[in-house]
Design a protein. Structure first.
Length: 297
């Protein structure tokens, strides 16, 4: 069976159903960009002759630069749930910055972008518009990635040690399930709570508490989709919740459905007509849901 990316948490909800409507690609940036860029991604869909498809997504703690015909933009962190109605034919190529990676380019607190999109030229000027035109004129994913490398390398700011430290703290939150409260981050990172809050506001655009909850819910959605027999009480405990009811409330408030309902919907098998060879959707983001969209939650 082709790898459809179900082992890669991405914030894409109802992934099995979505894979019959769009395909995606992900590539790595040049080594010199590793401190600021997490990866490049591309989403492509063609719903001609079919009903439009509503794809829901939970954002990651990253800013994205998106090149899309007629709707290129810089997308800040989306705190709610995004719904994109995929209709006709389209493609988005995105740069997913590391959680603190866009701050050196922006030169001001990233919180000003939270739940907002701005034109690419607002940060990168006319050269940003020229970059978008170059990317949209290309067909191969690898060629678009090379164009992104060249654009960012020409503008790469000096290394920001604070950005690197914030990236390290976010990686710690993602990797350690035992971190369920901001106090846990304070203990492990050796940073005061007020300093931590200020750093996240300036470099990530959301609070440490938001980051903790969002990545735990990403994991919850993935595990519910992969294992229809998963016990909800055990899952809640694994994710650091003191009881199942608290987990269910958080999940429903963000995803829009109770965990049990989400698990039942995710258990639908792949359609027999699903095209083979889908790539891991780790790069799919709310940026791909930022046109004809609604933000919920």
């Amino acid at each position: 069976m082709p790898d459809r990316g179900l082992r890669h948490p991405s914030g894409v909800l109802d992934l099995r159903a979505g894979l019959d409507w769009w395909d995606t690609w992900r590539g790595q940036p040049a080594a010199a960009l590793a401190e600021v860029v997490e990866h490049y991604w591309r989403v492509r869909w063609d719903t001609r002759g079919r009903e439009p498809y509503a794809q829901q997504t939970l954002s990651n703690a990253s800013v994205h630069l998106c090149a899309e015909r007629g709707n290129s933009r810089i997308q800040g962190v989306v705190t709610g749930r995004f719904t994109r109605l995929l209709s006709g034919r389209g493609r988005v190529f995105g740069i997913k910055f590391r959680p603190a990676g866009f701050r050196p380019f922006l030169g001001s607190p990233v919180a000003v972008l939270t739940d907002r999109t701005i034109p690419v030229r607002a940060v990168f000027g006319r050269e940003g518009d020229a970059y978008v035109r170059r990317v949209l004129a290309l067909d191969a994913d690898e060629s678009m990635a090379l164009a992104a490398d060249a654009f960012l390398l020409e503008r790469l700011p000096p290394l920001d040690p604070t950005a690197s430290e914030v990236n390290r703290i976010v990686a710690l939150i993602v990797s350690e399930r035992a971190i369920t409260r901001v106090d846990h981050v304070v203990e492990r990172a050796g940073v005061g709570k007020r300093t931590l809050q200020r750093l996240f506001h300036e470099y990530v655009g959301v609070s440490p508490k938001w980051v903790i909850q969002r990545y735990r819910l990403h994991e919850a959605a993935q595990r519910l989709a992969e294992d229809p027999g998963l016990g909800l009480a055990d899952l809640a405990l694994d994710l650091g919740y003191s009881d199942q009811a608290h987990f269910a409330r958080d999940f429903r408030s963000v995803v829009g459905r109770p965990p049990a309902a989400y698990m039942r919907a995710a258990a639908v098998t792949y359609p027999a007509s699903a095209p083979p060879g889908r790539r891991a959707p780790g790069g799919t983001s709310s940026c791909a849901a930022a046109d004809g969209r609604s933000r919920e939650g």
